[in-house]
Design a binder for this molecule. Structure first.
Ligand SMILES: [Zn+2]
Length: 114
């Protein structure tokens, strides 16, 4: 893959920063009360916690989806497939990854997907 380790670690940091922001946003909805401010490493499975909160769910859903996308991107970094389009398998341009580190599609595929 075309990304070198420095680029990957930089993008990973962007993802971790974004993840932190999403977690904090979710926390403002009171979703992590049980952790008393600490971040639960298994917090990704928040669907159960929110299942009964119909109203808040509409606000929380986009955040949860973002969190899933970030975690998927981090998983792809871990298994070495990060930076490749999930649809066509081509490399995603670095500029696009820097703009949207969690993206899983190259620009043409993302446009099709939408
Ligand atoms: Zn593609």
């Amino acid at each position: 893959m075309a990304l070198d380790t420095i680029e990957v670690s930089r993008l990973k940091q962007l993802l971790l920063d974004e993840r932190q922001e999403v977690m904090e946003a979710l926390e403002t909805f009171g979703l992590s009360r049980s952790t008393h401010g600490g971040y639960d490493p298994n917090f990704a499975d928040i669907s159960q916690v929110t299942a009964e909160k119909g109203e808040a769910d509409a606000l929380i859903q986009p955040l949860k989806e973002t969190l899933v996308e970030i975690d998927e991107a981090l998983n792809r970094i871990a298994d070495g497939t990060y930076g490749l389009c999930l649809k066509c398998g081509k490399e995603i341009p670095l500029e696009r990854l820097e703009a949207v580190p969690k993206t899983k599609y190259c620009t043409p595929c993302a446009n099709l997907h939408r």
